[in-house]
Design a protein around this ligand. Structure first.
Ligand code: 4AD
Ligand code: MG
Length: 534
């Protein structure tokens, strides 16, 4: 077999050790030869092997899922950390048999390789020999490097890039720069510099967030939902809570003089959307399964660690959901979306997720048990009974017929065994006008709040009132008949269909997944009352 292969080291610029490892793994005795189609690291973080894929005619040996085509070895990277031999020891890297020590004067510069050309698989480190280190290389500078790959035995790193040439592209001016190498900054501190935050370990969050969006789109696509772009500018306050931002065109003096009688751009008040639900409902009778993934805006005057003025919501609406059976389908839908998203992320973004889990040990257990166990179900009346029986635990006492406080939500998830819990069958009078009454008790609605351990409410939804007269009377009660006549039309004409849906707060889900304390640290540019700096 070996004779039919070409020399690996030449083609891949592999170091001697790397080739030896390859020889060993492929039980070859002399030189490994062949056409190298790729080199990669096993996805499993516990497997430290370097995998090289070699083809012998049509056969592949030592295959792995992901491969990069070998070409030339070049990387662009942003320096995220700078470590020298002392740091390696301090961080208990295993440097036995490591070239850094043998060659003495090398230094290790770390950071994610942002773009690689050639065989640079999943390699976080660039090793820079001291004599090749440019003076301008510093923390968070950006660089271009060419060199060779070699195996290494650092903890969590199997392969590293030995620089032959280093060019600093963007020097970092460290005067007044808020971040320092080897200095851990608190999230509150880092958040003061939103425009520089992407250079820090916050990049882990951004990667998870990006993949989570993909996971959600994948889930809905595989379940044959159609993505609808619901509008940002709306004429209604879907939740009826009055927490809307009013949108107005900036008026110049000149425009003012020519403006319509009340000076409004749209002739009536327009708001930033609080939810795309009503617009999704307009599409459900045509498409049956629809969803959106959009920003939502709420002018809540809140400084809490769970509220943002601008956040992202995933909303779904599904036709033919009716009565208890339809409501059960709805809770199953929410649960399967969340489980599938979490599993997708654990399969692909494990290292970034672990970065957060390491800082908060309970999170892994909570997240894994949310995947393995069924979510809990509690009717509102039962939730109130449990809370009243445990009233000593609360600063504010639960009141039957009123909303639950954050402390009550957190208590319920703990009480149910630290799992996500659906609170269902809510009193009609505390839920939005569109909620569908239960047949058995019209004072209750088919509504749900999904509560998560440590976070509280993460999703809200329910079946929609599909009866024309019942909805008309609720709109009258809420004085909404004029602004929502189009919504009532949906229950009037042919093709009307009962439906149900929900909205999942994307940032609140990330809070749970990563065990992050403050919602402002799971969105790139958080906005909250009196805070919109850039
Ligand atoms: O419970 P909410 O208000 O439900 C609705 O808006 C429905 N119209 C959704 C639907 O049925 N299509 O909001 C849904 C979720 C909440 O459970 C919460 O996770 C999140 O949106 N949310 C917020 N997240 C961050 N900051 C805020 N200020 C939030 N307000 C709600
Ligand atoms: Mg809610």
């Amino acid at each position: 077999m070996e004779e039919q292969l070409k020399v690996l080291t030449e083609e891949l610029h592999l170091s001697k050790e790397c080739e030896e490892k390859l020889l060993q793994e492929n039980k070859c005795e002399d030189k490994v030869q062949g056409k190298v189609i790729g080199i990669g690291r096993n996805q499993n973080r516990h497997d430290k092997g370097v995998n090289v894929q070699v083809s012998v005619e049509d056969k592949c040996i030592n295959t792995d899922e992901t491969w990069l085509r070998p070409d030339e070895s070049k990387v662009d990277m942003i320096v995220h950390d700078i470590l020298d031999d002392r740091d390696l020891d301090r961080n208990s890297f295993n440097v036995a048999n490591d070239c850094d020590k043998e060659e003495g004067n090398e230094r290790v510069y770390g950071g994610p390789v942002t773009r690689s050309r050639g065989p640079v698989p999943d390699c976080d480190w660039v090793v820079v020999p001291a004599e090749k280190k440019p003076d301008s290389l510093s923390y968070h500078s950006s660089l271009f490097s060419s060199g060779v790959l070699r195996t290494c035995s650092h903890k969590g790193q199997d392969i590293e890039f030995l620089a032959d040439e280093i060019q600093v592209i963007g020097e970092n001016n460290l005067e007044n720069y808020p971040f320092k190498a080897r200095t851990k900054s608190t999230p509150d501190y880092v958040r003061q510099f939103l425009h520089l935050r992407g250079r820090t370990n916050f990049s882990s969050l951004l990667r998870v967030r990006s993949q989570a969006k993909l996971a959600i789109h994948n889930y809905f696509t595989s379940e044959e939902f159609i993505n609808i772009d619901t509008p940002i500018l709306t004429s209604n306050d879907c939740e009826g809570a009055g927490e809307v931002f009013l949108v107005e065109a900036l008026k110049s003096e000149e425009k003012n003089s020519q403006s319509s009688s009340d000076g409004m751009f749209f002739n009536h008040p327009i708001y930033l959307t609080v939810s795309g639900q009503l617009h999704l409902e307009t599409m459900v009778s045509g498409l049956c399964k629809v969803y959106n993934f959009s920003p939502a805006f709420r002018a809540e005057n809140s400084l809490s660690r769970r509220h943002l003025s601008e956040f992202w919501m995933v909303e779904a609406e599904e036709a033919f959901l009716k009565g208890s059976e339809g409501f059960e389908c709805l809770t199953e839908r929410v649960e399967s979306l969340i489980k599938s998203t979490t599993q997708y992320l654990l399969d692909r973004q494990e290292e970034d997720i672990f970065y957060y889990w390491k800082q908060n040990q309970d999170t892994e257990t909570l997240v894994r048990s949310s995947l393995e166990k069924d979510f809990g179900h509690l009717p509102y009346s039962e939730a109130i009974r449990i809370l009243k029986a445990n009233s000593d635990n609360f600063k504010t006492q639960p009141v039957d017929g009123e909303n639950l406080g954050k402390e009550h939500e957190l208590f319920l998830t703990k009480h149910m065994g630290n799992i996500p819990v659906f609170v269902t069958d809510w009193p009609k009078k505390i839920k939005a006008f569109y909620m569908c009454s239960k047949e058995e008790d019209p004072n209750l609605v088919y509504g749900l709040d999904l509560l998560f351990p440590n976070v509280g409410e993460v999703a809200g939804g329910g079946l929609r009132e599909h009866d024309f007269f019942a909805l008309q009377s609720r709109l009258r009660e809420h004085k909404l008949t004029k602004s929502l006549d189009w919504y009532l039309d949906l229950r009037k004409f042919n093709g009307r269909v009962p439906s149900g849906g929900f909205g999942l707060g994307f940032e609140r889900y990330l809070l749970f997944l990563l065990g992050i304390h403050n919602i402002k640290d799971v969105i790139p540019f958080p906005r909250w009352t009196k805070h919109c700096p850039c």
